[in-house]
Design a binder for this molecule. Sequence first.
Ligand code: SF4
Ligand code: SF4
Ligand code: FES
Length: 229
Amino acid sequence: MNITVVRFDPTKDKEPYESTYDVPWFERMTALEAVAYIYENHEPIAFDYSCHGRSCGRCGMTVDGEPKLTCIAPISDGDHTIAPLKGYPVIRDLVVDQSGVQKLTSRLYNRVQTHTLSKDEINTFDMENYEKIFQISWCTRCGRCTSDCPAVAADPEYVGPMSMLATAYRYYDINDQADRVVEALNNGLASCIQCGNCTTVCTSKELDHVTYWKQILAEAKERGLHSDL
Ligand code: SF4
Ligand code: SF4
Ligand code: FES
């Protein structure tokens, strides 16, 4: 099969260009294995991966227009195009720079003004909130949902679903004392059109993104925090 790779080295290329490689297909081949074949048998294209199993989130690429976690994305026998994840600066070929969004996400995950729970708070703790925290902890921070979010494309102020999950995580955390509803609005959640694309592209099927967005926005509406809600 032919695999076309969108290549770019910002230190010497004026713009991205395509190179096509002949790759022998085998049963259950993944997109990452196709890229690795090119690296080992044709030329050293730049790409990133680590765990080979849905844990590290480093192997995200755009395969035939879709953001895929390539270590677990099967590739069919036929012609395909593999490009870097959309929406991030390209470091080289299939490696993108997510440092800005990753730093922001780490900062949002930080607990703010934690306090010791009283007996009453422990006894009345809503286990559904705990379940949501557990779901969100499956996020591998691969960045694909933010790469493919129409609200991010339309509103540069929106931090995107990956970072918004950090806010949602602390929103459900009873120990966290920050106002995460205000934080979500300040980071653009009102621009979310609730299309569900973040859930569709996400390989961590434990997550239910739109449920979190709806709950935070409903509270914002109830508190009269945003004129468009
Ligand atoms: S929510 Fe899913 S797609 Fe988005 S960063 Fe986390 S693991 Fe990746
Ligand atoms: S539901 Fe909202 S956050 Fe998710 S992809 Fe759609 S616009 Fe983006
Ligand atoms: S290589 Fe780690 S998630 Fe794909």
